[in-house]
Unconditional design. Sequence first.
Length: 138
Amino acid sequence: MGVYNQLTSTPEPLLLELADAVCNLATSNTYGFNETLVVLAGEHSEILRRSGWSRRQVQEFIVTHARRTVADFKRAARLPGAIEPGDETRWRYVIQDPDDLLLVCAGAQGGSWSACLPGWGKKWTRSITIPIQTGVQS
């Protein structure tokens, strides 16, 4: 899901928008056990860097705010059953562990488009990170 915001100059509005994208009703992550990749555009990562936010602070903020009510998911037929008393106020977090929110910075100035990509579940697959060396001759 694309996340566009060129008006903010502080982290919180941008991170709220990213959290909303992470927990959209079409996400495959209604049960909270998937990894999710957030690709931060150059301008967005610069806002976070300039404000002194660490990777962990960004992860924790998004995880804390990436939630919907149980009633929201039931109305969208993403959870089974009828809406019951308490569903309107009971939160379902789509990411349980900040380490399951993978952050990547990509691009430079001239783009305020970030992206959120849900995973398929860490019960079945896990992301793999490998170093890529450039400019090395064999």
